[in-house]
Design a protein around this ligand. Structure first.
Ligand code: HEC
Ligand code: HEC
Length: 421
């Protein structure tokens, strides 16, 4: 039987992060939720605060038949785990003990297990992380009454490292983020990233069976499988739990996609509606204070893919810098894992630690290579590291397939740079 827990759940604005400390201080709301959750299936009790939630089913990955196939059987566990749900898709009471099946997290639609629960808010980013060509769907679930805070570096300078962090979205404790990964309409993996009451986030991940009837918790060390999509076999690696926070770091603000220039878009997935995402979330009352219009300029989508095509007006610099921002800047920022290279979009090239910069970590075996040698990708560790699966590969984890579109793009960008600024 499902453990009944009446808990005092502290919903304080997340982020012990030095960047967002101020934002947290401003908005700390000790929202006490004393919730008695009934013995119903997870997902049955709706938080009244989530009335705006309708973007839950995002069928780009879990297209068509998959949902139907999962519906009737209910093969996947059900609420047998010890995790308790104060609201649909609440973080597990003990973050070291996530539910052993995805269904038991309460994050998926009980009627179509590969889709996100209806209380979730589906969204897209403009510039995605490359995940070995997988299609992805994304959503978040806010705790009851929880609001998103958008950091305004001019108004609250101490909330930011510098102006390049403007427009970061900060989510309250109790938030759960969801991401599906799939191929050919089948889901191979569902990742969960949850905000704990102590201000840190943890991630864990679930492995889908090929029949799409259920997903089970991946071991903390990760796993590798061959996954039959129905038309081909894909080699797939599930990151370990510690890998999540190699990228989802405190200094980068834990969540990596949601910031105004990433979220400023009309989704390409029809299921997410035809409104601008920020307008939609503002109308649903999800912000403590909605971003002012006009919204920050949208990052361009770097190349044609699941999220559409780049605008015709985008320059190769816009495209390449957008890609590097989304895929690399959470580690390559002044307070990041490798700080002498700053790949944030708003950091100008002169201050990125790239142009004619002598590499701190070697030349990838190429004589006279610098981090970025104008006109010469083949003499630039930036490009060299992206173009190898071997030693020195960037990004250093969670990818085992070269991103050829990105390589071409970054190559064109470097070729077009005549001299360092
Ligand atoms: C190589 C770095 C990297 C690793 C490792 C990684 N992620 Fe992410 N993740 C990202 C980036 C970048 C984004 C945002 C871009 C996007 O959504 O495509 C993201 C997005 C997400 C999101 C949507 C919320 C957000 O932060 O934007 C979830 C959920 C998520 N990841 C979960 C996980 C979990 C769980 C793990 C570990 C099992 C993990 N990730 C490992 C880089 C990484
Ligand atoms: C998970 C964190 C992480 C991510 C993501 C990441 N890097 Fe790195 N990067 C590092 C670390 C750590 C090093 C130092 C590597 C070493 O010791 O050889 C490094 C080194 C580099 C260097 C060499 C700098 C020098 O001065 O020697 C370049 C260039 C680079 N990365 C580019 C990129 C690019 C481009 C991406 C995205 C496609 C990326 N990195 C993604 C962590 C990361």
């Amino acid at each position: 039987m499902l453990n009944l827990v009446v808990a005092m759940y502290k919903v304080s604005l997340l982020t012990g992060s030095r960047i967002y400390r101020r934002a947290a201080r401003r908005s700390v709301a000790l929202l006490t939720v004393a919730a008695a959750v009934g013995c119903a299936s997870p997902g049955a009790s709706r938080p009244t605060a989530s009335s705006g939630g309708n973007g839950g089913s995002t069928p780009v990955v879990a297209a068509g038949g998959a949902g139907g196939a999962a519906g009737a059987g209910g093969v996947d566990g059900g609420p047998t785990d010890s995790s308790s749900h104060l609201w649909p898709c609440a973080p597990p009471a003990d973050p070291t003990q996530p539910a052993s099946t995805l269904a038991a997290t309460g994050c998926m639609d009980p009627a179509a297990l590969t889709r996100f629960v209806s209380a979730s808010h589906g969204y897209e980013v403009n510039s995605p992380l490359w995940s070995d060509a997988a299609d992805k769907d994304r959503a978040f679930v806010l705790p009851p009454g929880g609001k998103i805070h958008v950091v305004d570096c001019a108004a609250e300078p101490s909330a930011c490292l510098d102006a390049a962090d403007d427009g970061k979205w900060v989510f309250p404790a109790g938030t759960t983020f969801l991401k599906n990964f799939g191929f050919d309409g089948k889901v191979v993996e569902t990742r969960l990233l949850v905000a704990q009451s102590n201000g840190t986030w943890v991630g864990y991940t679930y492995q889908w069976n090929e029949a799409q009837t259920g997903a089970t918790l991946v071991d903390a060390d990760g796993a590798s499988v061959s996954f039959n999509t129905g038309s081909r076999t894909v080699d797939w690696t599930f990151p370990g739990r510690r890998d999540c926070t190699e990228c989802h770091t405190r200094s980068a603000g834990w969540t990596l996609g949601p910031e105004t220039d990433q979220m400023n878009r009309v989704p390409s997935a029809a299921a997410l509606g035809s409104d601008n995402q920020i307008d939609k979330f503002a109308a649903a009352g999800l912000f403590d204070q909605a971003p002012a219009k006009p919204y920050a300029t949208a990052l361009v989508t770097p190349y044609t893919g699941q999220l559409g095509s780049p605008p015709a007006s985008a320059t190769v610099t816009d495209l390449a810098r957008s890609y590097l921002h989304a895929n690399c800047a959470f580690c390559h920022r002044p307070d990041g894992e490798f700080s002498s290279v700053d790949l944030r979009y708003k950091t100008d090239l002169a201050h990125a630690g790239l142009c004619n910069a002598v590499p701190a970590k070697g030349t990838q075996g190429v004589q006279n290579a610098t981090n970025l040698t104008p006109g010469h990708p083949e003499l630039s560790t930036l490009w060299l590291r992206m173009s190898t699966l071997g030693k020195g590969r960037m990004p250093p984890l969670a990818s085992a397939v070269l991103d050829q579109d990105a390589l071409d793009l970054v190559s064109d960008w470097i070729k077009g740079i005549q001299a360092c600024p």
